[in-house]
Design a protein around this ligand. Sequence first.
Ligand SMILES: Cc1cc2nc3c(=O)[nH]c(=O)nc-3n(C[C@H](O)[C@H](O)[C@H](O)COP(=O)(O)O)c2cc1C
Length: 351
Amino acid sequence: MTNLFTPTQLGSIALRNRVVMAPMTRSRSQADGTPTDMMVDYYRQRAGAGLIIAEGTYPSENGKGYCRTPGIVNQKHIDAWAGITEAVHAEGGKIVLQIMHCGRCSHADNKSPQSETVAPSAINAEGEVFTEQGMKPFSEPRALRRDEIPEVIEEIRLATVNAFAANFDGVELHGTSGYLPAQFLSSGSNQRDDDYGGSLENRVRFVSEVLAAMCGVAGADKVGLRICPGFPFNDVKDPDPQETFEHLLVDIQALEMAYLHLMRASPLDIYAMARNFFKGPFIINGGFDRDSGDKAIAEKGATAVSFATSYIANPDLVQRLEQGLALNTVNQATLYVETAEGYSDYPFFDD
Ligand SMILES: Cc1cc2nc3c(=O)[nH]c(=O)nc-3n(C[C@H](O)[C@H](O)[C@H](O)COP(=O)(O)O)c2cc1C
C-alpha cells in the first residue's frame, strides 16, 4: 500500500519518499541575508527527507521581514545557497526554496536602511514582530503605486532565476501567514481601487501573475504554492476565503504547477478544495505523525506530508518514523538564536 515511504513525483521533482521537511524560519543567516555554514550542516543532516522546502527567503530588500533571515537577491546569497543545495544533493536529497515577501509584516529594524515596507494598501497589520531588540509592532506600510506592482513581480521572478542559479530543484511561493501574496488576496489588507484590488478577480491577479512569472523561469513543473485558506495569522481578514481560494486555484489551473502545499490550520475542507480545484499533486501539513500521515496519503488523496516541528529536533526523521523510533523533543528557547545550539546539534538516533 502507498504510504509515507513510497517514492513519488511532484512535477519534475522525483522524491525518494513522501516525508517532506516543511519550511521553517530559523534566523541563522548573516545580517545581510547570506546563508551560513551552520545552515549547510543543518540541511545536509535532514537530506533524508523526500524533499526539503528551505525556509522563507526574501526576494528583495523590501521583502525582508525578520532579522537574520536569508535572501536570494545577490551573488553572495546565490553562492552560499549553492553550498547548501550541493550538500543536500550529495546525500541524494532534493531541495526547493520558499520565496517569502513579507510586505507589511515587517519591522524597519530588521532590514536594510535603504529599503521600505510596502503593501497593497497603507494599512498596518496588528501584531508584533521579532527583532534583535525584542518584539516590536509591525512597521507602517506604504501602499505600492500601480506602476510598482510589475516591479515587485519582476523581483520575485529574478529571485526564482537566482534560486535556479543556486541549483535548487524548485521554488515555492509563500502564499499564507499574512505575507504579501496573502495581503493582496485578502480584502482586509487590500483596499486598492485599481485592477489589483476590489473585486475577487482583481485581488487574485497579483498572485496569479507572480506564479506565472515564476513558472516562466524554468517550467511550472518546478514551482509550488503554499496556502492556508482562512488562516487569520498576521491579521489576515477575508470574509469568504472559500471563494477567494477557489477562484485563485481555478485561475492558476492552466499553469499545471508541480504541487500545492496546504496547511491544516485552515478552517475549511482543504482536502476537498485541493482535489476539486487543483488538478496536480498536493502536500498536506500540520501536526502529522506516522499513522495520520499514512492515512492522509492512502485515504485522503495527499501525495506527500510535510513535517515542521518534528524536523527541528530529528534530523533522521524518516528513519525514526519508518522504524517507530522515539523522537527528540524541541528546545523552544533556541528556535531563533544565532548559534548552532538547538539547530545543527540535535542527535541522530544512531548517536
Ligand atoms: C520555527 C518555525 C518557523 C516557521 N517558519 C515558516 C516559514 O518560513 N514558512 C512557512 O511557510 N511556514 C513556517 N512555519 C510553519 C511550518 O512550516 C508548519 O506549517 C507548522 O509548524 C505546522 O507544522 P507541524 O505541525 O509539522 O509543526 C514555521 C514553523 C515553525 C515552528
